[in-house]
Design a protein around this ligand. Structure first.
Ligand SMILES: *Cc1c(COP(=O)(O)O)cnc(C)c1O
Length: 377
């Protein structure tokens, strides 16, 4: 595929999965049913036996985690400004207020050393994000949360398949009191088209989680129903669940392949180009993305356009979210989080997905070599 356009990511769906989707379509049962239960059971097994419930998005999983954690109006939640905007939007959605803490330039994740100073009497929870699949230091994070009585909701949307201290992300690092939210959006390392999952703490009722997921409805033994809590419409279809199940079989091989391709980028990117490379973690990270920071003087728009003419797709993940107009209207401004802002202005995601070939990495590196001197000044 070296002469065709190389997208920055592309899902890998096998023929068995396509056949499984067809079988669901022929079965007469399309919405949440036996395949959702099977997907939840498989995810639970992956997460060390913890209870897992699936949703129609990772955003829904995060929002339900906040509701189950009783976070609402008047509360504050600590998170990073360098993430997909969903992470902060859900905090606003439940009526709470985000407290952003700047990122560590080495990991581009929440700077854990700055969290303590940001905690307020209203603070209920921390939502750390494993950006690009590089996990936040779990021991440090959970010790800090425990000391201050804060609930941790791990936004692991990008880190399914990653690990910390030899333990998969999704297993508990917080003595069973932590939530872990995954996304199965089409671009994530494991996809169900759209979808998400939430790993539940020991002190949360999975039945309540199910009711919040679907209109608050509780089925009664006599065939009737009762509604005593306000739920939304967040359930996953069986069609999506079989896609997720089909992907799960390949997870170790997907992660290995991403790591190998990331290593090749490290070997091939010429240090003279002035790019800032990501943390070289080949133990914990699932290499969801390969993100480099352009040299300070480079024009990102020109760079992306020039790479496109060389047949290479480039992503941007993400501009610092407190500078979006919605968040500016709420009071945040330029200069509030200088490290996240600088990364947000210079970051680009190079192509990285399991079906990529070594020759594709080489092609990207050659294009970088030609283009970077032209767009830098
Ligand atoms: C993808 C993503 C989400 C949201 O997941 P959806 O399934 O798209 O709703 C949340 N947080 C982060 C960091 C993400 O990358």
């Amino acid at each position: 595929m070296s002469s065709s356009f190389l997208p920055f990511t592309r899902p890998a769906i096998d023929e068995e999965t396509i056949a499984a989707v067809t079988a669901v379509l022929r079965s007469g049962w399309l919405t949440s049913g036996p395949k959702v239960l099977a997907f939840e059971a498989a995810l639970s097994q992956y997460c060390g036996g913890r209870p897992v419930r699936v949703f129609n998005s990772g955003t829904a999983a995060l929002e339900i985690a906040l509701r189950l954690g009783k976070v609402g109006a008047g509360d504050t939640v600590i998170t990073t400004p360098l993430t997909w905007v969903a992470t902060a939007n859900v905090i606003l959605e439940v009526g709470a207020t985000p407290i952003f803490v700047d990122v560590d330039p080495a990991t581009r994740n929440l700077d854990l050393d700055q969290i303590e100073a940001a905690i307020q009497p209203t603070t209920r929870a921390i939502i750390p994000v494993d950006l690009a699949g590089l996990p936040v230091d779990r021991q440090h994070l959970h010790a800090l949360a425990k000391r201050h009585g804060l609930r941790v909701i791990e936004d692991a949307a990008q880190s399914f398949g990653a690990s910390w201290a030899g333990q998969p992300i999704g297993t508990s690092f917080g003595e069973g009191r932590d939530f872990v939210a995954f996304s199965f959006h089409a671009n994530k390392n494991l996809t169900s088209g759209e979808g998400g999952a939430l790993v539940l703490p020991d002190d949360v009722d999975p039945g309540l989680c199910e009711r919040l997921r679907l209109q608050g409805v509780r089925r009664l033994a006599d065939g009737g129903m009762e509604v005593d809590v306000l739920g939304g419409k967040f359930n996953l279809t069986d069609i999506a669940a079989v896609i997720g199940l089909g992907q799960l079989k390949h997870l170790p091989e997907f992660t290995e392949r991403r790591r190998a391709l990331a290593r090749r980028y490290f070997e091939w990117i010429d240090p003279g180009l002035g790019l800032e490379l990501p943390a070289a973690d080949f133990v914990n990270s699932n290499w969801h993305m390969f993100q480099v920071l352009l040299p300070a003087g480079a024009d990102r728009g020109e760079f992306i356009a020039a790479m496109k003419t060389h047949g290479v797709g480039i992503g941007v993940h993400y501009p610092a979210l407190h500078l979006f107009s919605l968040y500016r209207r709420l009071g945040w401004k330029d200069g509030d989080f200088p490290v996240a802002e600088d990364i947000g202005r210079r970051t680009v995601s190079l192509p990285l997905f399991p079906a990529m070939q070594e020759s594709d990495v080489d092609r990207v590196c050659h294009a970088l070599h030609e283009i970077l001197p032209e767009v830098s000044r």
